[in-house]
Design a protein around this ligand. Sequence first.
Ligand code: GAR
Length: 212
Amino acid sequence: MKRIVILISGRGSNMQALLEANLPCQVAAVISNRADAQGLEIARMRGVETAVVSHKDYADRVAFDAALAAKIDAHQPDLIVLAGFMRILTAGFVERYTGRLINIHPSLLPAYPGIDTHQRALTDGTRIHGCTVHFVTPDLDHGPIIIQAAVPVLRDDTAQSLSARVLGEEHRIFPQAVRWLCRNQVWLDQTGRVASDRLEQPGAALISPGLE
Ligand code: GAR
């Protein structure tokens, strides 16, 4: 059975969704860069080993990433999962885990990389927003896409209400992506593209607002 390590920085709702998804892999550890991350307690309550590698204890990103990699490698994971991990990682760190490092991002990438994705989507008046699970590359929030979910943006949405709607979908697509990876049904091929044995669904469209 494959082993995964989950990295978090805060609330940990995506991590919780993974822990509750009965995945075909062993969650070897949850690691946070913040000792006060709420998700740590959730992991401990479920009997998952936790660790903290605080970025504040290191002089620069290279030193922090080296300490983080050492902590991760001690668990010999097949997959490293960024579940609301809010530190930018160095190219050296990312390249060490090519094809084994995935992230969830609260937008339909390549739209809205970075932060404040929901407010930016509202400001632009987009009708459809969503979330993305992707392989991590040194190009921040631009790695090869594994799965996305789209949600409608509603007239009265606030950043908060839109965020909640997107988060509900994050909790669905993230376990799905990890399941595929653990079963070797999705992988990063030699050319850096996502390969898959999954059936595609032509005709599955979200139209927002809906047609008459
Ligand atoms: C999630 O919405 C995740 O997509 C986002 O942070 C939130 C973490 O929530 N990640 C990023 O913005 C990464 N760039 P959670 O701690 O409850 O899973």
